[in-house]
Design a protein around this ligand. Structure first.
Ligand code: AMP
Length: 460
């Protein structure tokens, strides 16, 4: 947060009231840095990810400029276009426009695929000022002349790097090619690989550049832990973690849709309410899952990276990486789902022997070592001992045992408290039958790993 107030930014009264009604007292850094120049009509290059307040950073000035420069509404011809990579993000951005613009008279349409196009076409035909769209369906509607972009005054490209990941860059270029030359363009991306930078160069004219560093703004507020575990123990480890009631609302990430489904099945069998969202689910099913999760009806939402992009649900207490992401940047996006604007959160990552190199890549990106937590039944010293070659932070993990004891019991929140020393901490308070595999100096296991019931973990 900054010392600048919303009153300093030059926003008009209806927007100031809307922001106050949302309970925002101070602009986030990206809002403080970008809103004044956007109100003057400048282009913007924003290096920022979700969770930084970037939606308000573009929605507030867009609404203000449309309001201060009134034009009659023309059917099928919006004045502002916001492109997002996913349907979920489109819905959320549209809701943000509704929230911030509730004292204004603008009409909006949200356009995405996977649902019948009829209602969207009808809305466009009645005339809307603001369209929030994903690229594929927008191109479809453009091809049928159900929308034209020749009156677009403000163009926002949100999450440009994710557009690239999802193979939409070509579609984005096609859409941008038909926009009027005279327009204001805003370009947001969490990362700037060369293809994305080229795209930005082609779309923007003399942009104001704002960079919000996710590692300092978001990641540092999140308590991060890594749990070394064998792949086949991950399900049991997850159940053990979720046996702790302080994990109120957990977003769990897997790499694949198949794995997301399997995790949900397994949790449901253990009577833990869970839902999955991923690309194979219908739009209706995804929205239902999100609503259930947001309303607290399901405690756990299991998601793949693409499906989770842009999820903005308050009160996610824990992000659990059941599998580490292939791209290290995704780790930052994932854990940013907890710790929404100002809140703190906990991110727990399972890491098996095949994922050690992924952990290393993540640590290189976040420029910190993730704290090791071995205070669970399935800690694998064998995985911990794997050495990963190459540059990066020294693989000398701090122990997160927190002065010993079983942190998942006795009403204490899991993994909260100070990350203690790097010394091995076997946890003197660990109950019998809760012993992790530890190796002696020769690298031999000292005792067999057993689960809570005292069975060998292989028997689980
Ligand atoms: P975004 O980065 O746009 O996804 O925003 C992340 C979250 O921050 C959303 O839940 C917003 O409602 C919230 N938010 C945006 N701006 C502010 C602000 N100035 N103060 C507090 N919360 C905010």
């Amino acid at each position: 947060m900054t010392s600048i107030t919303f009153d300093d930014l030059g926003l008009i009264e209806p927007l100031r009231r809307a922001v106050a009604a949302e309970g925002y007292t101070t602009p986030t850094p990206i809002q403080a840095n970008s809103i004044p120049s956007l109100l003057l009509g400048r282009d913007l290059l924003g290096l920022a990810q979700t969770g930084t307040g970037k939606t308000a950073a573009f929605a507030l000035p867009t609404l203000q400029r449309l309001q201060q420069n009134p034009h009659p509404r023309v059917p099928r011809s919006p004045r502002a276009l916001i492109l997002t990579p996913t349907r979920e993000l489109a819905v959320q951005v549209n809701e943000s426009f509704a929230t911030y613009g509730k004292q204004m008279q603008f009409r909006r349409a949200v356009i995405f695929g996977g649902v019948p196009q009829g209602p969207q076409a009808t809305m466009l035909g009645r005339g809307v000022d603001i369209v929030v769209a994903t690229p594929g369906r927008l191109l479809d509607l453009m091809g049928q002349r159900l929308i034209t972009l020749d009156r677009v005054e403000i163009f926002v490209l949100d999450e440009a790097d994710r557009m690239l990941d999802m193979g939409f860059i070509h579609d984005v270029k096609k859409i941008a090619a038909v926009l009027p030359r005279r327009r204001q363009s805003l370009f947001f991306s969490a990362t700037m690989p060369p293809i994305v930078a080229d795209l930005a160069n082609g779309l923007l004219t003399d942009p104001h550049r704002v960079e919000v560093n996710p590692t300092s703004s978001t990641v540092e507020r999140i308590e991060q832990r890594v749990l070394f575990v064998e792949k086949e123990d991950k399900d049991a480890l997850l159940e053990e973690l979720l046996a702790d009631g302080t994990i109120e609302r957990a977003l769990i990430f897997t790499r694949t849709k198949h794995r997301a489904n399997r995790v949900v099945e397994r949790l449901m069998k253990s009577k833990i309410n869970a839902d999955a969202i991923h690309g194979n689910k219908s739009q209706g099913a995804r929205q239902r899952a999100l609503n259930n999760f947001a309303a607290g009806k399901s405690r756990v939402l299991v998601a793949t990276d693409i499906a989770a992009r842009g999820i903005d649900i308050d009160g996610i207490t824990h992000v659990i990486n059941f599998e580490l992401p292939n791209e290290p940047e995704s780790y930052v996006h994932r854990i940013g789902r907890t710790a929404r604007a100002g809140a703190d959160g906990i991110a727990i990552s399972f890491c098996d022997r095949e994922e050690r190199f992924l952990l290393k890549a993540i640590e290189r990106v976040i420029k910190t070592e993730v704290v090791l937590d071995d205070s669970h039944s399935f800690h694998s010293e064998a995985v911990a001992n794997i050495s990963v070659k190459g540059p990066g932070p020294k693989m000398n993990f701090r122990r997160g045992g927190g002065g010993g004891g079983d942190r998942n019991r006795g009403g204490r929140p899991p993994f909260k408290g100070n990350a203690p020393s790097r010394e091995r901490n076997d946890g003197p308070g660990r109950p019998a039958g809760h012993a992790p595999v530890h190796r002696d100096g020769a690298g031999q296991p000292r005792r067999e790993q057993r689960n809570r019931a005292g069975q060998s973990r292989r028997a689980i």
